[in-house]
Design a protein around this ligand. Structure first.
Ligand code: ADP
Length: 366
């Protein structure tokens, strides 16, 4: 068990690729921290610096109270689970899990106890004599996790461990890793590009873009209060809709104006929005806040007129793809509502859940 601290960490690869810039983060003891962001944003590089597989260009990494910048990976007391499992193909499941302990000269009895305990936790007891190629993808992933568990590390690092699994298996392994975290009560740092994995697994999520932390927060806080347009668009599926426009002052009332869509700014937001008068702003609204019951029933909610382009029934809800002048957007609505492609429609917007972003900096205003 350990805290992991990163202080002003930079990684510059040869050829001057700045993969990670001024990364500052305190990961708490027993926390499940997820690094999420699009491909190439520096997630793996950061994880690999914590593991010691990548040199730190500048800054400091501490595990517990020890600075580990110059400590070899094997001496950092952490275990890493990789995307490709990295199992030894010629060894049995048992030997794959036991291998690291044998190298560290643990007694035969201790090795057996630890392997059997891990096999029990992971439901691998009946596969101990098989070789990796005789296992399914999910089972191989479990062996890779088992190999980490037997070492009883201070922290587990996961680098996109579920990307090679099919969709159903991914969901299953996701809950297994979450359960494992509760059971082992160990710090876990988990890298993924998949925002659903991040949202469902993380105690906190660190959203990255271009090597820079954008926001670190609990899942629901990221969803409710994204700090900028990037985080707003990255967290949530389908993603938040954006309308680009300007803020106007009409007879003392602030109005958001975009092609084909206008809406008054609620009085409660006036003070924060006023400095953006006559400037470019982005209006953000999530698909679930368009045309829902709460919005449609409230006559004070603004409305958007749009044309229905595509209808996707999902069973529990329907995704409706719409256009309003030059803006395309998505609504998630009640599946029993009758709609047809090409239809002109008006949807109410649940304004208290809307967001505004500075058109220049993309930072959240509301
Ligand atoms: P992610 O895990 O978010 O997909 P990475 O950490 O793998 O991103 O990569 C971050 C950036 O660093 C990318 O631009 C990538 O091309 C670059 N990069 C990664 N590894 C190397 C390397 N060994 N040499 C040079 N550039 C690298």
């Amino acid at each position: 068990m350990a805290e992991v601290f990163l202080e002003h960490v930079y990684k510059v690869y040869e050829g001057k690729v700045e993969a990670v810039r001024d990364f500052c983060l305190d990961i708490k003891d027993r926390e499940f921290m997820v690094f999420v962001g699009p491909s190439g944003c520096g997630k793996s590089t950061t994880l690999r610096m914590i593991a010691g597989l990548e040199e730190i260009t500048k800054g400091e990494v501490r595990i517990g109270d020890r600075v580990v910048n110059d400590v070899a990976p094997k001496d950092r007391d952490i275990a890493m689970v990789f995307q490709n499992y990295a199992l030894y193909p010629h060894m049995t499941v048992y030997d794959n899990m036991a291998f690291g302990l044998k190298l560290r000269k643990y007694s035969r009895e201790e090795i057996n106890n630890r392997v059997m305990e891990a096999a029990k936790i992971l439901g691998l007891e009946e596969y101990l004599n098989r070789r990796p190629k005789q296992l399914s993808g999910g089972q191989r992933q479990r062996v890779a996790v088992g190999r980490a568990i037997v070492r009883k590390p201070k922290a587990f690092l996961f680098d996109e461990p579920l990307s090679n699994l099919d969709a159903k298996m991914r969901v299953q392994m996701r809950t297994e890793i979450s359960k494992l975290h509760q059971q082992l009560e160990t710090t876990m740092i988990y890298v993924t590009h998949d925002q659903t994995e991040a949202m469902t697994m993380g105690d906190r999520i660190c959203v990255m873009k271009d090597g820079v932390i954008q926001q670190v927060a609990a899942p629901i806080e990221l969803y409710d209060k994204p700090c900028n347009k990037f985080v707003a668009g990255f967290i949530g599926t389908p993603p938040m809709n954006f309308f680009e426009g300007n803020l106007a002052n009409k007879d003392g009332k602030l109005i958001f104006v975009s092609p084909g869509f206008e809406c008054p700014v609620p009085d409660a937001w006036k003070e924060k929005m006023e400095p953006f008068c006559n400037k470019a702003v982005t209006f953000g609204i999530r698909p679930e806040d368009i045309g829902n019951e709460a919005a449609e029933r409230n006559p004070e909610m603004p409305k958007v007129k749009a044309k229905v382009e595509v209808i996707e029934p999902m069973g529990s809800e329907t995704y409706v793809y719409l256009t309003c002048a030059t803006t395309s957007f998505i609504a998630r609505i009640d599946p029993h509502r009758k709609l047809s492609v090409g239809q002109d429609i008006e949807f109410a917007l649940l304004m208290p859940n809307a967001h505004f972003f500075d058109g220049a900096t993309e930072k959240a205003i509301i």
